[in-house]
Structure formats: C-alpha cells, structure tokens
Design a protein around this ligand. Structure first.
Ligand SMILES: Cc1ncc(COP(=O)(O)O)c(C=O)c1O
Length: 247
C-alpha cells in the first residue's frame, strides 16, 4: 500500500513478472501488516518499519527484513553480510520490547481499520475527496479485497484533499487544538496522527511529478488511531473543517 495515496500493488502479478525475469520482489508492508501477507502472495522479501504499526507506540526506530533463511543468513554473515558490516542490528532490549507490542497487533489493526472506514465514509459524505482503499470506488478496492486476509479491514491510513496547503495547515493546527490527535509525520500510533505529505514525507518528489501523481498540496494524510469513540472524533474533525471554511 503506497504512501500517501494508498494505491495497492498487484503483488501476484508483479511476482509473476519477477519470476519470469529472475528478479527478487521486495514489498514494503509497513502500511498493511496482518492485512496483507506478501510472501504468501509471491513476494521474496518483505520489509517493515517496526517504528509504525508493529510497535504501535511511536517510541522506537526499528525495521525488519523478512525473507528465506538463505537470504537472511547472507545479510547476517559475520564476514560479508550487509547487516553485520553496516551495523543494522537491533539491540536485544528494544527487540524484546517491540515483540511484546507485536502480540496485540491483530487487535489494533482491526480497530485502526474500523475507525478509518468510519471516518472515510463520513468525510466522503461531507463532499470531500477521500482516498481510502476500503471505499468501493477506490481504484484498487477489488484488488485489495481479493488479496487481503479477512478480519483486519482495509487499514488505518486515509488521505483527504483539503484543497490548499494553507487550509491543510490550518486544519491540522485546529485538529491538534481540538485533541483529534497530533500533527506528526509518523503513523501507526494509538492516537490519530496527521501530516501534509506534499510538504513532509513526499516533499522530495518534484512538483510536476507530484501533480502528475495526483498528490495535491492540500492533501492531509491521517493515521487513524484506536479511538474508542470514533463518532466523537469525527464530530471534532467536522467542527475543525467548518472553522477552516472547508465545509
Ligand atoms: C511505508 C514506509 N516504509 C518505511 C518507512 C521508514 O521507517 P523508519 O522511520 O522506521 O526507518 C516509512 C517511514 O515513514 C514508511 O512510511
């Protein structure tokens, strides 16, 4: 699932192309743990930022590479392995702490997805342009429905086009004041996080390419939290949208 427009790659089709040509298929599954199992769908290597959903508490920076024993042993070979030589080895206390959080990942993903689906539908009803793979008119909705593991929903990430960067920034400031969540570029936290990718995580993409991709300056990315009362969160967001004059 891509950042920030949440496009879904056809992993089995890519795997078939890669197999024909002897290429290894690497999938970054950071946005969709539990939901997608890329290795079962034909990928060779799956990478995750553990910093995000898998740890879930935004208090670490870590990553994981999942692949065959043979590939992992090559990476960790004491004489020639890239991980060994470049030092990408997680300390054991941090690894144990992430492992403890991993045990609740299935429950968290379910709740993130349920809340995101609710917000996506409600924001759409307000007439906003919403990007969320759980909405039936998302270009890869059917593809994701076919590929995903049942029971975890369509993920906790959604994006909304607010129009201009100025309005997007004002909205995010208001939402932080109203305790909807935090203005932050990370994701997968138990609180809702929001950012404007055009001016943060995707700012290195040249403007003309961003325009061609449909990545508007006013796009706000939400990592929807584990809110117990998502109705209340939506009412707060609606108030903020009205304050900024977007609705
Ligand atoms: C999809 C995706 N993969 C990988 C990363 C890198 O994560 P980390 O900060 O843990 O290195 C990010 C960070 O935002 C991300 O969004």
């Amino acid at each position: 699932m891509s950042n920030p427009l949440l496009e879904v790659a056809d992993i089995p089709a890519l795997a078939a192309l890669c197999k024909e040509r002897g290429i290894k298929l690497v999938v970054d599954n950071t946005f969709s743990p539990m939901i997608l199992s890329p290795i079962r769908l034909g990928a060779d290597i799956v990478v995750h930022s553990l910093t995000k959903y898998i740890n879930g508490t935004s208090d670490c920076v870590a990553g994981a590479v999942c692949a065959s024993d043979e590939f992992i042993h090559k990476l960790t070979d004491i004489n020639s392995g890239a991980s060994m030589l470049l030092g990408a080895v997680l300390d054991s206390t941090r690894a144990a702490s992430i492992l403890k959080n991993l045990h609740s990942l299935h429950l968290r993903m379910r709740q993130h997805s349920e809340n995101a689906m609710f917000l996506a539908e409600k924001l759409r009803e307000l007439g906003l342009r919403v990007y969320y793979p759980g909405l039936p008119d998302h270009p890869q909705h059917e593809l994701l429905t076919r590929l995903m593991n049942p029971g975890y929903g369509y993920g906790g990430m959604l994006a909304v086009d607010i129009g201009t960067l100025k309005d997007a920034n004002q909205l995010m400031t208001r939402m932080q004041q109203e305790k909807v969540g935090y203005l932050a570029v990370s994701l997968g936290y138990f609180k809702t996080l929001f950012s404007a990718p055009g001016h943060s995580t995707s700012s290195e993409i040249p403007l003309d390419e961003r325009e061609a991709m449909g990545l508007s300056e006013g796009l706000v990315r939400f990592s929807v939290g584990l809110d117990n009362n998502i109705d209340l969160s939506f009412e707060r967001i609606k108030r903020c949208l009205a304050d900024v004059g977007v609705i």
